[in-house]
Write a protein that binds this ligand. Structure first.
Ligand code: SF4
Length: 902
């Protein structure tokens, strides 16, 4: 924890870029957040989410005390109840009736303890993580190709490349600092690297790209199989590397040729013009320094592993791996997805990058002195919740994640949890869809309070350090699990009193009987007897003192005992972690999404993330700075499809699938391909009860990786026509009304509730008073027209706006921005009072419009007016005039779009 005024260096808790953050707590206890210029992930940059971290630290929504069956309990009572419940299920039903569902938000030390307890003491591998939903296909692809789950390169490769290909990645929104590093490198290097974006929809990432290839959803394997064929036929392979370091090329080539023999065939399968494909293949083939970055658009598929291997095949065949500026590069969604992979937090990994081979199980058993080792993989996320639904899992401990929003077929997951005899949830937040169904709630620490390590997408381990005291009775997750383990009789294995002690053990296990970094035999001669070769080795840190742990600087693994620095790259000279040391090209055949569109469900739903929100919004939903950009859940649809579906801009729509339904706002955009729609996955019931998009998403998984196909669900979009639409702004949070559609939005000086109802309200003035109260001292301004179903009412307390409600029979209502701004002044002036019920600014006043620049609160109307009237033609000119885009830079792609639109 910091003493006042001293800067603490920690890491951002959001995406897998893993930016370094400097935090100073001022005299008022407010945290000032800045990018850490010494951190190699970001060198001082932060995106909009990272920059707003200081505004997410309030305690108003926190779970601060343990609860059992809805009543406050002591920690002793809660831990006794957890231990008794787990013991009962273990005794009556055996180890596989118990499961942990954990999170890429956990620190490595939390993860390590959870994994050891489940796999070494319960004797089951039923521990899986929400990282399963994010990048497990990359894990499976890496393991097939390299014999290990290794990211071969580093962030500098993206700057040193001459060509960066982004596949299924909206890097500008989902990994903004990495995107900005690429753009900054282009400035320095005269336009290199060139940028090619492969994505069915035109995203913000495309704004700075030379080429956007809007392929048909799911046709990535055809495109990269075609590339492999092209590379062979155009003599672009690296015969020496292939011969000495790679196996399986010929089979992979034959498989690729069978499905993608030439450009015209690839054009039919991908829907891309032949000329665009030929140009891309030519560029890729003749550019030696190529990095292919891929993310959820590749991973979240029923054949995500094949997509990954189709990409890796091209890099292996050309030897473009592990050298500066070249290689396949998986970017992870979460801050510690990589740490989870390292400890074995996925159900199909054992620990420290070991699998369930008998010798690995025996080795880990000896290291842990474990009483009951898991001997086979456990259930992966989707099948784990299916086992809960089937009654085979009877006790589930969920830590730091909200699966009832993030899992596909989320309503089925909710039903499963309702039937589960014992649900324990460790969380920092008091109200989420998942916490609501917990019988035992354990208050956890969150960012700013946690202390431990995380690993980012380039294998870099960084410290997350506490700068705030634990609030209420919240405790670290590793502590809660350790206490339970001791109650279950495993105390000798869980002696930990600090995260440093856990980290030392984790590092020691990584190096235990690990021969990988000992002198190697020549390639192809095998690796001898005894021990095992494992990529993951941190044994240089196994004897770290507590002070050394506190001072630990960001470092990449591998870091074997002999090493003084980590390795930026692997595999440049081969040395893969297969039995013969050679990588494998994997034969990838014809693959398409599990469910095709049809007459009943004619549109393909792609679910994903937006710029300023993170996961299920438990942090980012707390600050108006981040909710202003996109305040409501939405479906984005091509204008032609919108017309066919009978929906229009800003109206409400039902999005149905075979699995469920949501009601969301409509955004029409030609950035969508006809036939495809996009919807963000962030909203849960506390903020938007009908906006949980994953309720409509199919639960099909990749059979190898277990990753669900979150990008491809056939849906139908239909107009939703409630009896009335409305919005309510109130200075304080209220108990929102139970109506057909409701979204709660944090504004800077008030709360906003977007509403729509099917049941007619008899008396709007009464309804308004029921919702935001009535005080004899308040002044009411009201307009009601019962004939047309319109009502506008505002309550003023001592001249200040307290609340207002606007209702109409259609969604055509005034913009909210100007009205929300009226909550800031101490008193409304005469012009504002006069315009209040019109809902629009009067003469001389401005409505800035929807927020585009989160850092400086610059709105769309302000920007478009300035671009038009002042002739601003570059983001730099906008920055100089309005400041927009001049801090974190996350909005620059949108600024470019606005400039292009004139
Ligand atoms: S890019 Fe943004 S969200 Fe990701 S780690 Fe950096 S600051 Fe955090």
């Amino acid at each position: 924890m910091s003493s006042m005024g001293e800067a603490i260096r920690t890491t951002c808790p959001y995406c897998g870029v893993g930016c370094g953050v400097k935090v100073t707590v001022d005299a008022d206890g407010q945290a000032q957040v800045a990018g850490d210029e010494s951190h190699p992930a970001n060198y001082g940059r932060l995106c909009s989410k990272g920059a707003a971290l200081g505004e997410t630290l309030s305690l108003d929504d926190r779970l601060l005390y343990p609860e059992i069956a809805g009543r406050r309990a002591t920690w002793d009572e809660a831990l006794d109840a957890v231990a008794a419940g787990l013991r009962r299920v273990l005794t009556e039903y055996g180890p596989d009736a118990v499961a942990f569902y954990v999170s890429g938000q956990l620190l490595t030390e939390d993860y390590y303890v959870a994994n050891k307890l489940m796999k070494g003491c319960f004797g089951s591998a039923n521990i899986d993580t929400n990282s399963r939903l994010c990048m497990s296909s990359s894990v499976a692809g890496h393991q097939r190709a390299f014999g290990s789950d290794t990211v071969p390169g580093c962030y500098e490769d993206l700057e040193e490349a001459d060509l960066v290909v982004l596949v299924g990645s909206n890097l500008a929104w989902c990994h903004p600092v990495l995107y900005q590093r690429i753009l900054a490198a282009r400035e320095r290097r005269g336009g290199k690297p060139k940028l090619v974006v492969i994505d069915p929809r035109r995203t913000a990432t495309c704004e700075a790209a030379e080429t956007h290839l809007p392929l048909k959803p799911g046709s990535d394997t055809a495109l990269f199989n075609g590339l492999l064929v092209h590379l062979y036929q155009q003599d672009r392979l690296n015969p020496e590397f292939l011969d000495q370091q790679v196996a399986g090329f010929w089979a992979a080539y034959q498989a690729a040729k069978a499905v993608a023999p030439n450009v015209p065939t690839v054009a039919v399968k991908t829907g891309l013009p032949e000329s665009a494909i030929a140009e891309f293949y030519g560029l890729w083939g003749r550019t030696r320094k190529v990095v292919t970055v891929y993310s959820q658009g590749v991973n979240q598929s029923s054949y995500g592993s094949d997509k990954v291997n189709a990409i890796i095949n091209c890099h292996l065949a050309t030897g473009r791996i592990g050298q500066p500026g070249m290689g396949p590069f998986s970017v992870t969604g979460q801050p510690n997805a990589m740490g989870g992979r390292e400890v074995g937090g996925l159900a199909n990994q054992l620990a420290a990058h070991m699998d369930f081979a008998p010798e690995a199980v025996e080795r880990v058993q000896r290291f842990w002195q474990a009483p009951a080792m898991a001997t086979r993989p456990g259930l992966k996320a989707v099948e784990l919740f299916q086992a809960v639904a089937d009654g085979n899992i009877k006790a589930l401990w969920i830590m730091g994640t909200n699966p009832l929003v993030s899992l596909p077929d989320a309503d089925a997951a909710r039903d499963a949890l309702r039937r589960c005899p014992l649900v324990i949830v460790s969380d920092a937040v008091a109200d989420t869809d998942t916490v609501r169904l917990a019988q035992i709630k354990l208050p956890a620490l969150t960012w700013g309070e946690k202390d431990g390590t995380v690993t980012n997408s380039e294998r870099r381990i960084s410290r997350q350090r506490a700068f705030l005291p634990p609030p209420g009775e919240a405790q670290p997750d590793w502590w809660a699990m350790t206490q339970v383990a001791r109650r279950l009789g495993f105390g000798a294995l869980f002696p930990y009193e600090s995260p440093a002690a856990i980290f030392r053990e984790h590092a020691a296990l990584s190096g235990f009987e690990n021969t990988a970094y000992l002198p190697r035999p020549p390639a192809g001669e095998g690796w001898g007897e005894g021990g095992s070769r494992r990529d993951f080795d941190l044994s240089a840190l196994a004897d770290l003192t507590d002070d050394g742990y506190d001072a630990l600087q960001p470092v990449q693994w591998p870091l074997p005992r002999s090493a003084t620095t980590g390795a930026a790259r692997l595999f440049g000279e081969g040395g893969f972690f297969t039995a013969d040391g050679r990588a494998k090209c994997v034969a990838v055949g014809e693959r398409t999404p599990a469910y095709a569109v049809d007459d009943s469900f004619p549109l393909m739903l792609n679910s994903g993330r937006i710029r300023d929100q993170w996961h299920t919004m438990t942090r980012t939903g707390k600050t108006a700075r981040l909710t202003g950009h996109i305040p409501e859940p939405y479906v984005e649809i091509h204008p032609v499809d919108a017309l066919a579906c009978g929906v229009s801009e800003n109206a409400l729509a039902r999005v149905h699938s075979r699995w469920g339904e949501v009601i969301v706002r409509v955004r029409t955009s030609a950035d969508q391909q006809p036939g495809c729609v996009f919807a963000p996955m962030h909203w849960g019931s506390p903020l938007a009860p009908r906006g949980r998009v994953n309720a409509a998403v199919n639960p099909v998984v990749d059979p190898l990786s277990g990753q669900p196909e979150l990008k491809h669900t056939p849906v139908r979009v239909q107009a939703y026509r409630p009896s009335w639409h409305g919005f309510l702004l109130c200075r304080e949070a209220i108990e929102p009304p139970s109506v057909a559609y409701r979204v709660s939005v944090r504004e800077r000086a008030c709360w906003r509730y977007e509403l729509a109802g099917e049941a007619l309200i008899d008396n709007w003035p009464d309804w308004a008073r029921t919702l935001f109260g009535d005080d004899p001292g308040w002044e009411w301004l009201e307009f009601a027209d019962a004939g047309t179903g319109r009502y506008r009412g505002a309550a003023l307390a001592e001249g200040r706006l307290h609340a207002c409600l606007f209702v109409a029979p259609s969604h055509e209502l005034p913009p909210r921005g100007w009205l929300a701004g009226l909550f800031t002044p101490a008193e409304l002036g005469p012009v504002e009072r006069a315009c209040l019920l019109a809902g629009r600014p009067g003469q001389g006043q401005r409505d800035g419009g929807r927020i585009v620049c989160a850092c400086f609160g610059v709105g769309l109307n302000t920007l478009t007016t300035a671009i038009r009237d002042q002739g601003l033609t570059t983001p730099e000119a906008i920055g100089a005039t309005l400041k927009a885009g001049s801090n974190c830079g996350s909005c620059i792609p949108e600024l470019r779009q606005l400039i292009a639109q004139g």
